[in-house]
Design a protein around this ligand. Structure first.
Ligand code: SF4
Length: 297
């Protein structure tokens, strides 16, 4: 296993100005910096990490000590809110198996009764289902979520395509999409609220009516309570930015799609508003067709 650098940070609990409508988080916690799953479309890419996110992983070794202080303070003020684990790394990187940093953070989250949304692509999340169950039972939900959620834990698995070959190129370090679906099924069987974040879906590759129909139907078959569907975002023109790497991927495998992407994105990091609206409508319709929610609550 590659050596992972230990770093000390000044803060580990980020408070958002407003709860995220999709992920429900009021806070986020990132135990690591960088990510060995190394997805080409990952928005955290850029000069800070370099072209290979796997080479620059750091573990925030003082995260437990900091979280104890920061969450303790929030709990004393009764500022309960959903914590997203994680927003800009993977909390269950292979290195977590040995370091158990995420696990120590879960113990603190349990101690202070905060609810949690785990967003992952990793099998290792199954190791912590015991602690997650305790959090699910004991978390104190913010007032406005009390009637909408039955427990304090949501577990989501992110998938951008069910095509194994495409996933291997785009998410070279991550488990196969089918394995992620199997993990979701396990979480469902264990009683968690769980679903798939099809974020990002890939224009002209995994966003068509047929593709999305199959994705949502399959998610339902594996027990998804919800499916979130979101568009691709492409940032930056530097060597290690996701836009640069994504266009390199298109050049190599789908050169015929480049003009279509250029016309869809123009100079913006987001695809056109019309495309986004159409995608949202399609996702809503297909979720209704298969009886899954298109939001967590
Ligand atoms: S798993 Fe998430 S954080 Fe890691 S590279 Fe992929 S998109 Fe980025």
């Amino acid at each position: 296993m590659r050596m992972v650098k230990g770093i000390e940070v000044k803060s580990v609990l980020n408070k958002h100005k407003k709860r995220d409508d999709w992920f429900l988080d009021d806070y986020s916690v990132n135990p690591y910096s960088g990510c060995s799953f190394n997805c080409i479309y990952c928005y955290i890419r850029g000069s800070k990490y370099g072209e290979n996110l796997a080479k620059t992983i750091s573990a925030k070794i003082n995260a437990p000590e900091l979280l104890e202080k920061q969450l303790g303070r929030r709990a004393r003020r009764r500022e309960y809110g959903v914590i997203l684990l994680s927003s800009s790394t993977e909390a269950y990187l292979p290195v977590e198996e040995k370091l158990r940093l995420t696990r120590s953070l879960l113990e603190i989250i349990l101690k202070y009764h905060f609810p949690l949304h785990v967003l992952t692509k990793s099998k290792l999340v199954l190791r912590d289902l015991d602690l997650l169950k305790e959090i699910d039972k004991n978390a104190i939900l913010p007032e406005c979520l009390k009637k909408k959620l039955n427990g304090g834990v949501v577990i989501s698995f992110s998938i951008s395509t069910l095509n194994e070959k495409l996933a291997k190129i785009l998410e070279p370090g991550a488990p196969k999409p089918k394995e992620r679906l199997e993990m979701m099924q396990k979480c469902k069987e264990e009683g968690f609220l769980t679903g798939v974040c099809f974020i990002p879906v890939l224009p002209f590759l995994s966003d068509s009516e047929e593709e999305l129909d199959e994705m949502i139907r399959t998610a339902k078959d594996y027990g998804a309570d919800f499916c979130l569907v979101g568009a691709l975002t492409l940032f930056g023109n530097k060597e290690a930015d996701c836009k640069t790497l994504y266009y390199k991927f298109l050049e190599k495998y789908y050169p015929e799609l480049i003009p279509k992407y250029k016309s869809l994105f123009g100079l913006s990091p987001q695809p056109s508003k019309g495309y986004q609206k159409e995608l949202e409508k399609r996702a809503k319709r297909l979720c209704e067709k298969y009886g899954v929610k298109n939001r967590i609550v």
